[in-house]
Unconditional design. Structure first.
Lengths: 207, 107
């Protein structure tokens, strides 16, 4: 197509070109939400189900899984989720540089600092607690950090679904901690694991 | 001056589908961000030569800023709209809307 051909485009066509190109660019620059929500949802569903089977609701386990084994399952399930997130961040850094990248690095550091603070506080205190309360301290702190950082990211990027998801994580976590270790694990597995998978599938359908 | 006297004219630097698409792409970036040349090329499906020609025209008009740098030993080029480029693109869109209003008299 020569430029002369292009110059005959009607105003309607020009507007359509602009809109299509803007949409294509946004899609190209932002990762598929499924890549973020589905692996995290799966990790929590599997990990917290393991904890739920360990604690049970009536004070005895539903399956012969020790607390350490349940923790190992939760941590192992986080590996694919974090790897996929890392690959997504690396791709975004290749495409664009500037203030967005600085913002992303600071946000990544906030995750690191949040988890480090959690590890130090829980590591210091948990040995003083009964086993079940100690597990609840770790699980509750982990989700507190995650919920707050999701809200912070939602606020920063004006991303409403992410902000609401942060509120959802925080609310479910608070309720679970009040009800006790077994309920916390059950609510986290179903409402957070399942909720993230649901959010991922729903966001996929929206344009 | 009567604004209805003559139909508004579209900025010839932006006009032409290839440059319009380049401008629409770069306009999506947040202020302070730059996009890698290779990414713009991949997204628009243009050849490097073709994209370079259009970018140079936009740069000559002061609409685009091109920064050549290195990532390790590999040369990398980044592209972004200038303030003037963003304003010109906004004007361009307003002109199209004005043309649409003039043409059809549609609501």
């Amino acid at each position: 197509m020569t430029e002369d051909d292009e110059r005959t485009a009607s105003p309607e066509e020009l507007l359509r070109v602009i809109e299509e190109q803007s949409t294509a660019t946004v899609r190209y620059l932002t990762a598929d939400p499924r890549l973020y929500y589905l692996p995290w949802g799966a990790a929590w569903l599997v990990g917290y189900t393991a904890f739920f089977l360990h604690y049970g609701l009536g004070g005895h386990s539903y399956a012969p899984i020790s607390q350490m084994q349940a923790l190992a399952v939760l941590m192992a399930a986080h590996v694919p989720a974090m790897t996929i997130m890392g690959v997504g961040i690396a791709r975004a850094n290749r495409l664009v540089r500037g203030k967005s990248r600085s913002r992303g690095i600071m946000y990544g550091f906030a995750w690191f600092a949040g988890f480090a603070a959690m590890y130090i506080i829980c590591g210091r205190v948990s040995s003083l607690l009964p086993q079940e309360e100690s597990g609840l301290l770790w699980a509750g702190s982990l989700l507190a950090v995650v919920g707050i950082l999701y809200m912070a990211n939602g606020a920063m990027a004006l991303n409403r679904p992410m902000f609401l998801l942060g509120i959802w994580v925080t609310a479910v976590n608070a309720l679970g901690v009040l009800l006790g270790a077994g309920w916390h694990a059950l609510l986290a597995a179903v409402l957070l694991g399942g909720g993230f998978i649901g959010a991922g599938l729903w966001l996929r359908r929206s344009p | 001056m009567n604004p209805d006297a003559a139909p508004p004219e579209l900025d010839p630097v932006i006009h032409g589908q290839a440059r319009l698409r380049v401008m629409a792409t770069l306009n999506v970036l947040r202020d302070g961000d730059e996009m890698a040349f290779a990414s713009v090329k991949e997204l628009l499906g243009m050849t490097a030569g073709n994209l370079s020609v259009h970018l140079t025209k936009l740069e000559d008009a002061g609409y685009v800023r091109i920064t050549k740098t290195h990532k390790g030993r590999t040369p990398v080029t980044y592209v972004a709209l200038t303030k003037r480029g963003r304003l010109a693109f906004e004007d361009y869109k307003q002109t199209i809307r004005a043309l649409l209003d003039n043409a059809g008299g549609k609501p």
